[in-house]
Design a binder for this molecule. Sequence first.
Ligand SMILES: [Zn+2]
Ligand SMILES: [Zn+2]
Length: 213
Amino acid sequence: MKITIVYDNEVLKEGLKADWGFSCLVEVENGQRILFDTGASGLILLHNLDKLSIDPSTIAEIFISHAHWDHTGGLLDLINLNKEVKIYVPSSCPKPVAAREVVSIKGPFQIHENIFSTGELKGVEQSLVVRTKEGLVVITGCSHPGVRAILQAASRLGKVHGLIGGLHGFSEFDLLIDLQLVCPCHCTQFKSEIRRLYPEQCLDCGAGSVLEI
Ligand SMILES: [Zn+2]
Ligand SMILES: [Zn+2]
């Protein structure tokens, strides 16, 4: 699978813009593509997509982790460009009225053959789980339910290989010990501690980074 960071507090590729928020494009082997979250600003999202040569009209599906503005801000601009887009939201997130098809997710949910939602955890946020040949890759928005709860929910599907996304104030660093890949993004407060503790597993995150797993 391939993950392209489209929107992040940091930037790692020239020409892209950094801004508080998160979005990444998830592409799996069988051709499925899902945009995970949409950042805070539609303008910046579309700018970064353009610089990454990703045509927004080809994005058929969007997965929204939670209702916060820094994850949903670009949604309307994308819907305006592609009225057919299918959107997966956690049940606590208002359904975007402009969208043709919205799937509201409460419990654990299978989206495609190898793509799952943990379900909405603690009434606030869902994480995306992708089954790869290396194991499960978990993608988080801000980890408001807590990394422990997210990893527990994902583990029901198998062994977790990697964790990517916003980890907020997460500091139970021992929980990462069995992971082969950690990519702390967006709102993660303790990026440098995670990098120091897990130098082999830790990858830098920023708009423009591409992870191939
Ligand atoms: Zn949030
Ligand atoms: Zn956030």
